[in-house]
Write a protein that binds this ligand. Structure first.
Ligand code: URA
Length: 249
């Protein structure tokens, strides 16, 4: 039974939750923090909206129009596998995000690799992000073994120019050394265990590998094991990143 003054439509926190902004509780907090507007006005908790006609925005970005699609950015901890089910019983990335709607990881990180992983039920976007032709740039921080000092310039040059691996020479990579023995490596190929094999090939095996960016997506504040929905602006930026036909950096 509608109460006096109630508008028809769905509750705002439900609309946000079904569009992937997190649990109802998280969405209530977003509204409570004044970050949600309806038709340009800051919305109050309990507000009802008509998703087909009202313009709902979070932090100024319109909330997506495909309510069935969700996109999560997960900070994968070491020891968690990038599959839906592991035969060895290890924890999997899909266990770290909401079970419904079912999502799948886009690309994969080795069990021991940490950092950003995209999970979604948006098959179209996932296909484009994962496809080598689009070559979305992935950035990693690799801690490598050295004889004590920094990785020598010659090894860094080889990583940049291309390294001979058993499945062929790698494409040019962006490589810097923000601190001795730590390499920031950006690649757009996504071959199996590529960064570990590249570093090994130049004599500096990886001891820790963290993915820090997937195209335009990055988040230094997301704790290990935590996830958050992409903002609509991030979904758009990621989609745009896949429209670039890539032949190098
Ligand atoms: N390169 C690797 O070697 N491992 C990963 O998990 C990702 C990229």
């Amino acid at each position: 039974m509608p109460e006096p003054g109630d508008r028809p439509g769905e509750r705002l926190q439900k609309v946000l939750a079904t569009r992937g902004w997190g649990s109802r509780r998280v969405c209530e907090d977003l509204i409570g923090e004044g970050r949600v507007t309806v038709n340009g006005e800051v919305a109050a908790l309990g507000r009802r909206v008509d998703p087909d006609h009202d313009l709902v925005e979070v932090d100024g970005a319109p909330v997506g129009t495909r309510p069935d699609l969700v996109h999560y950015l997960l900070n994968k901890p070491a020891g968690v596998v990038t599959t839906a089910k592991d035969t060895a019983g290890r924890p999997t990335v899909v266990e770290l995000v909401p079970a419904e709607p079912r999502v799948f990881p886009v690309g994969r990180l080795d069990a021991e690799t940490e950092g950003l992983l995209l999970l979604t039920n948006d098959g179209e976007l996932a296909h484009r992000v994962a496809h080598p032709r689009h070559g979305v740039v992935k950035e990693y921080l690799a801690t490598v073994t050295t004889a004590g000092g920094p990785v020598p310039a010659g090894a860094i040059r080889r990583l940049r120019d291309g390294v001979e691996l058993d499945d062929g020479v790698t494409a040019p990579a962006r490589v810097s050394q923000p601190s001795p023995g730590v390499l920031r490596i950006a690649v757009h190929e996504g071959r199996n265990r590529q960064v570990r094999r590249m570093c090994e090939a130049v004599g500096h095996p990886v001891t820790r590998l963290v993915r820090t960016a997937i195209g335009p997506l990055h988040d230094r504040r997301l704790p290990p094991g935590a996830w958050r929905p992409l903002t609509p602006a991030e979904v758009i930026a990621l989609s745009q990143a896949t429209t670039v036909a890539r032949s190098g950096f």
